[in-house]
Design a protein around this ligand. Sequence first.
Ligand SMILES: Nc1ncnc2c1ncn2[C@@H]1O[C@H](COP(=O)(O)OP(=O)(O)OP(=O)(O)O)[C@@H](O)[C@H]1O
Ligand SMILES: [Mg+2]
Length: 595
Amino acid sequence: MASANNRRTLRGVLYPYRWRMLVGFAWLMATNAAALWAPRLLNEGVEMLRAGRPWRAVWPHAVLMAAVAVAGAITRVASRISVFNVGRDVEYTLRSDVYRALSRQAPDWFASFPSGDLMTRATSDLSNVRLLFGFTLLNAVNTLVVFAGTLPLLWGLDPVLAVACLVPYPVVFLAARGVSRRVFAQTRENQADLSEVGARVQEFLGGLPVVRAFAAEDHEHARFTAATQKYYASGVRLAVTRNLFGPVMGVLGAASALVALWYGALRVLDGHLTVGGLVEFNTRVALLAWPTLALGWLLAVYQRGRASLERLNDVLSAVPAIRDPEHPVDVAPAGGALRLEGVGVRRGAADDAGARWTLHGVDLDLPARGFVGIVGATGSGKSTLAMLVPRLVDVTAGRVLVDGVDVREQPLMVVRRRVAVASQEAFLFSATVLDNIRFGRPDAGEAEVETLLDAVAMRQDITALPQGIHTVVGEKGITLSGGQRQRVALARALLCAPEILVLDDTVSAVDSETEQRMLAALRSEAGRRTLVVTSHRLSAVKDADEILVLDGGAVVERGKHDALLARNGRYAALWGRERVLEELTRMERDLGGAA
Ligand SMILES: Nc1ncnc2c1ncn2[C@@H]1O[C@H](COP(=O)(O)OP(=O)(O)OP(=O)(O)O)[C@@H](O)[C@H]1O
Ligand SMILES: [Mg+2]
């Protein structure tokens, strides 16, 4: 299911609901039949009274008129329930599709769609599409039926008068078409501005501590105001265009009614039309007023829905950069041997030809259950390398093999189940610590989770929380410290008992004492599964089977700890500096203790 085109068309979206729509339209027909019959009954009633028929003969006619009105009301409600519910279902289905499309995208894709923008698409744009399928469709069909039913009846009453009443219509329809095109363009603009506002709000809330710390409220407020003003301006422009429809259609209805009354009266005097016929004619022209008025509104809602569907298509039709292979190869798990062959990675937009290489020429041959350490300065490509294994990033050149098979040839789900990652950012959900840890294995028991707390040196921290392991952490884990978040994320990865464990700087935010305890636990992990550890601190990887020292995306030194020290190169220099810093920290602490 590689690059299936997921664009939705109006027809395609509606197709699964065609039968339900037809039922709704059948109710609509019944409503219209009642509405079209009523003026004829009125005509007959008037003529009965004019002919001086006794009340005995007239009242059954009156009861029939009432019954037709009630039947019309009931079928009207039924038609709305059927059709509007289809609108809701379309919205529901599209929302699930958008959600699925988002979850398939590779992390780098989101750089071009800020979350505020995606939020707008998933809420406001979806509502516009729902209105298109409920409200617009119902009224469009209704208008058609009313016109198709009424015109022959008007013609039957008095062809000359009918033509006179309809003269203004074609002119106005042409004008309405022009206006509706503008509504489409202006809606796209307005929704894009709303996205911008959403993105601003989202970024402002996310960055609130930074904004406060830098006393940048005024500056941020100005940026936000600029975005809202832009949205306001395009909103007003759109509203003006949309509201042009009302008066135009209103004038049309009024002109028709005027002609019907004035010219109709002349036709009665000439003897071409009865009084009852004129009453019926006028009632029918009045019944056209609402569908005519609605037509303008419909065109606006239709164009707005179409513009919003286009925006949803931007998301739905984006082909994920990282996806399942056409012909997946099933691999028998063999302990998670990891091999990198001439790996090069270019990150950033796919069409960004100028993007530089984040990694290049990286080779590695790690046996199953081996331990590789990756060190290097900030921005040297450590996280990128770590993300290659679970295919959160794909190679641009070379291959990554797990148990001898290219990860791009294995089913994506299989690769991701075999590899667990505890990443630098350590994202947590606003749930209990317990549920965060068992995120990858919701069936895990509390006791099993408890035993992991020691392995990640987290026992004391958890005991200090108000409800222990059942404490709910705030959004993104905001109520925990950075180091605590990282260790919860580490426990989450460990619980999955994967064949390959990737720790991307997971121990960076804890003090060296805690780091040592965690490393002891991890070392006992090393014998059981393949371990990929990236770190700023060399002490975290000194027991690795192989250590890669990265610089600017290339491996500049490699080997075991002792061999690297003996080389007296970059690793040895970094190691020396780290030991000095550690010694200084110890002395400082001892002095603090003595004082
Ligand atoms: N999503 C991205 N799109 C484009 N470039 C990126 C992206 N993420 C990272 N990079 C670039 O790739 C390079 C390597 O980043 P990476 O995160 O792998 O470094 P790192 O060694 O993990 O750094 P640190 O020690 O700070 O975590 C950086 O220069 C960065 O600018
Ligand atoms: Mg990193």
